[in-house]
Design a protein around this ligand. Structure first.
Ligand code: RAM
Length: 937
């Protein structure tokens, strides 16, 4: 983060393009530039900036902004001609600071554009010889539990195609770039070296609508004379087994690839090597099969060392076919998936069932690297799981076919042992059952490799209560495990981009990691998947294999919930996620890009609400007023309701989750009104005032209709569940005079549950805020610190290392359920912990204005947290001292301001800053810099 040299007075640093540092693959012709100040000075504001961009390849200026009076330092849009493809640019920036006449020194950086679509993708697609991927898994949700797959993976999955292309280089290469993509997952190598440490390229996209290609800097890998480009292909998300059904061929059944290797020579010449019929392929390599969910099988007896180096004998390989593929391509945006961390094994356990299990102490998404010594042909097997059962035995708790998560390695028999890591699969696990390993294996023979989209961590929290620290860590681990190419629900069972999960988790995600490019790229998939009538699909990427759901008859509340194609609350990700990115990262473009899609989604809801009635009112005689208000209530379509609220887990028929039936009608109307509010706010930001008014007007009509239809004079809302009360209060659906009554009803429900929450996905992010804002601060704290189920700390006391899908994924009697142990949705409370306990609150986009209002009365003795905002670090750290005083230290980023807000009961407040101490009021505005506040409570 800190790359500032010789901080003198005020330096500019941390130069970024599209949120990234010196990227090689800038994916837009109009990138945006950002910078930060490094200084120990206080009260710093920028009054003007100047930017210069140079086309380094042509040594020509690309843009000169001139001196622009502005305080903006984040995402300043390129103002010159659009940038060219595959070109290196240099840029520099300097600032004028308020109250000073001289600008800062210039700060420099460089970046490169990828192929921007101004020239066609010229390379053909090639298809290696292969057997097409077989249909696999369950065909229908109804068959999930009954389907048995009897044949072993090696009978159903195919060996991986290896592809080689030889090429000659007759000069000194000064720049080499490989642009590549595939149907399936590919890994490219040149002359025996992988082109990067990226995993699972090209990443997960709605492939038939937009497939990303990568760019790699391979200058160091290409040499004079003969060279070889090698590619290995596996099923991946394109053809492999994904989703709860474990079915295959979501987009296609054949693996293919296309690439362009551009070379620039020292003497000024340039050439491009394209994928074509000169490549050859073979499936006789050591990789016998690989699937993201099933696992990978590697036969090390096949000695193919050097297969992608010159001199390897490929005489037995077959020619590849050049095929016609109609495939929209887009440049990959954001950070790729990489191995981001390694964890040593904690222990090797001998379980009561006499099995050998390795424990890494942490639930992750990733794979295991291991060392083993044994005879040639010996087979070792690693089966991965997140939990042990109540007796401490290995347990595969994930339902559905093709969830094997099992890697198989056949030993070459090397005298001094051998080491292996799978490359085309990842697993959700903490434990692995080991079979075939020799006696005497030790924990240090095993390392867990954590795989994730490589996103910078920007938020930290710690406090005097270890349970809360663990909860925060668990949230971060669930984010890491599920931010893998796209935001997923869980990394073992479904691995789908469920919109509802990220909708509720987005504020927490954006507090802990720099997620803007990652989520913006995913949103492009959500837009691509949007149905013509405006509906946003529940899952994105939404593969053709799932489109039968949209094409089927309209669902009813009694259908299995998986048959929904879109749902209230879930599809709102199209508005809420961009809005969160705008707020946290000051990114307006993401609002613009998604605006038409969110409007279309809202308009679909309006049309649907206007023509439909909830099932209970169909055929019922309605008076005019009631009929009129029904047109504002989007209560006529089934939805997931307040998904996984504890008391809705089991329905009347025993196995169907009952949240849709019990809360769907009300949740639909609440979500609808809230979406309109968001849209109105977003329209205002974008300067679309007519839209802003239109959506605000409808939102208030929805509110009025809701109150008339659903809130009685005692403040009761049908269903008597916490979620609808929470949402009605959070979304401002309760008329002022009824707020105390509705709030009392909520408190009553919580009391009846013995101070426990009973909230599902949609309402839980708002629960503590609603209690806080209605004066129930102690109750909010009690729920947060509650240790018995259902609660966050129940999971922690049960040894959780990630956030669970359900509050009681391990029941109080110790039974381990089939729920996932790595589902981030309920981890959304982390955002509240930052905002309330540490008090770090965002007031203006990008934290240009913040508020620091910690909860000194939460029972903790010490809290410290920070967020690396676009302008720099915003930090709050407080402790209660022995002498009864409280001390709060804050860091306010340059070019931003904050308000420090202390409890009204604070006495003797002293603020110390730059060596000066003064008395201040309980609310004090502060410019940038560090300060310490101390007071009596
Ligand atoms: C589950 C998913 C996800 C949720 C949907 C409704 O199967 O895991 O978390 O959003 O269903």
């Amino acid at each position: 983060m800190n790359r500032f040299k010789g901080v003198s007075m005020v330096d500019i640093g941390d130069l970024g393009v599209e949120h990234l540092t010196s990227p090689t693959g800038v994916w837009t012709a109009r990138p945006r530039y950002s910078w930060r100040f490094a200084t120990t000075e206080h009260d710093l504001t920028q009054s003007a900036y100047e930017l210069e961009v140079v086309d380094l390849d042509r040594s020509a200026p690309a843009w000169r902004s001139g001196r622009v009076p502005s305080s903006r330092t984040t995402l300043v849009e390129h103002g010159g001609d659009v940038l060219r493809s595959a070109t290196r640019y240099g840029w520099r920036v300097r600032s004028w600071l308020a109250g000073r006449s001289d600008p800062t020194a210039w700060a420099h950086s460089e970046f490169e554009t990828t192929l921007l679509g101004d020239e066609p993708w010229t390379a053909p697609w090639i298809e290696p010889e292969q057997a097409p991927v077989r249909p696999d898994g369950a065909a229908r949700f109804q068959d999930l539990h009954s389907l048995r797959i009897d044949s072993p993976p090696e009978d159903r999955l195919h060996p991986l195609p290896y592809v080689r292309q030889r090429f000659d280089v007759d000069g000194e290469v000064v720049r080499a770039r490989l642009y590549a993509t595939a149907h399936g997952i590919y890994r490219a190598e040149i002359n025996g070296s992988p082109v990067s440490d990226e995993l699972f390229a090209p990443g997960n996209d709605s492939y038939d609508r937009r497939l990303s290609f990568q760019v790699y800097d391979v200058t160091g890998l290409v040499g004079r004379g003969e060279n070889v480009l090698g590619l290995t292909l596996s099923d991946g998300w394109y053809a492999g087994r994904v989703g709860i059904l474990g079915s295959s061929r979501h987009y296609g059944e054949r693996l293919r690839a296309t690439w362009q290797l551009r070379l620039a020579y020292a003497d000024g010449r340039a050439s491009t090597l394209l994928s074509d019929g000169t490549a050859v392929s073979s499936t006789d390599g050591p990789l016998r099969y690989a699937d993201l969910a099933v696992g990978e099988c590697f036969d090390a007896r096949v000695d193919w060392d050097g297969w992608s180096r010159p001199g390897f004998d490929d005489s037995g390989w077959s020619e590849v076919r050049v095929v016609d593929v109609d495939q929209p391509l887009v440049p990959f945006a954001g950070e790729p998936v990489r191995p981001v961390l390694e964890l040593p094994a904690v222990e090797i356990i001998r379980t009561p069932a006499a099995e050998t299990v390795v424990d890494f102490g942490q639930v992750i998404a990733g794979m295991i690297r291991f060392r083993v010594r044994g005879p040639r042909g010996a087979i070792v097997r690693l089966e991965h799981s997140e939990v042990l059962d109540e007796h401490g035995n290995f347990l595969m708790n994930i339902v559905g076919p093709n969830k094997d998560q099992t890697d198989v390695y056949v030993l070459a028999g090397a005298d001094d042992g051998e080491t292996w890591t799978p490359t085309f699969t990842f697993h959700g696990f903490r434990y692995a059952r080991l079979t075939g390993f020799p006696e005497g294996i030790r924990p240090d023979d095993f390392t867990a490799v954590v795989t994730s989209s490589d996103l910078p961590v920007i938020g930290e929290f710690s406090c005097s209560d270890e349970r809360l620290n663990r909860l925060h860590q668990n949230v971060r681990w669930s984010q890491r495990g599920n931010f893998l190419s796209i935001p997923t629900d869980c990394p073992q069972r479904e691995r789908y981009g469920w919109t509802g999960d990220i909708q509720v988790f987005a504020p927490t995600a954006a507090t802990n990691m720099a997620v803007a490019p990652f989520l913006s790229r995913w949103l492009a998939n959500v837009r691509a998947d949007q149905l013509e009538d405006g509906r946003i699909t529940n899952i994105s990427p939404d593969p053709p294999s799932l489109r039968f759901i949209a094409e089927g008859p309209p669902p009813s509340y009694d259908d299995p919930v998986m048959l929904l194609v879109s749902s209230a609350g879930w599809g709102d990700a199209i508005a809420i996620v961009p809005h969160v990115l705008y707020e946290h990262f000051d990114d307006v473009r993401v609002l613009e890009e998604n605006y038409p899609a969110m409007v279309a989604w809202a308009e679909y809801q309006i049309r649907s609400a206007e023509r439909g009635l909830p099932p209970r009112l169909v055929g019922v005689e309605l008076d005019d007023a009631r009929r009129a208000r029904q047109r504002y209530l989007w209560n006529n379509e089934p939805n997931f309701g307040d998904w996984l609220a504890p008391s809705t887990l089991v329905g009347p028929d025993g196995d169907q989750i009952n949240a849709p039936r019990r809360t769907g009608e009300i949740v639909g109307s609440l979500s609808h009104g809230h979406l309109l509010d968001r849209l109105s706010q977003i329209a205002s930001v974008l300067g679309r005032s007519a839209d802003a008014e239109r959506f605000a007007a409808r939102a208030s009509a929805v509110r009025a209709a809701f109150a008339d239809e659903y809130i009685d004079s005692q403040g009761r809302i049908p269903g008597d569940l916490q979620g609808p009360y929470v949402l009605a209060l959070a979304f401002d659906f309760v008329p002022d005079d009824l707020v105390p009554l509705v709030a009392d009803q909520l408190v009553e429900l919580i009391k009846r549950a013995d101070d426990h929450l009973d909230t599902g996905f949609l309402s839980v992010p708002h629960l503590l805020d609603v209690l806080w804002d209605t004066g129930q601060r102690d109750l909010a704290r009690r729920i947060l610190f509650q240790e018995t189920a259902p609660s966050w700390l129940y999971e922690v006391t049960q040894g959780a290392t990630t956030i669970w899908e359900g509050w009681e994924a391990i029941r109080t009697d110790g039974t381990v359920t089939e729920l996932s142990f790595n589902h981030y949705a309920f981890g959304c409370v982390d955002d509240w912990i930052f905002r309330r306990l540490a008090g770090l609150q965002l007031i203006e986009p990008g934290y240009r204005r913040s508020r620091i209002e910690p909860d000194f009365e939460c029972g903790l003795t010490r809290v410290s947290a920070h967020v690396d905002t676009p302008s720099g670090r915003l930090a709050s750290s407080w402790q209660r001292l022995e002498n009864g005083r409280v001390e709060l230290r804050v860091d306010v980023p340059p070019n931003t301001t904050t308000t420090i807000a202390l409890p009204a009961s604070a006495r003797g407040i002293r603020l110390e800053r730059a060596g000066l101490t003064r008395q201040v009021a309980a609310e004090t505005d502060l410019g940038s810099g560090s300060a310490t506040v101390s007071f009596d409570l």
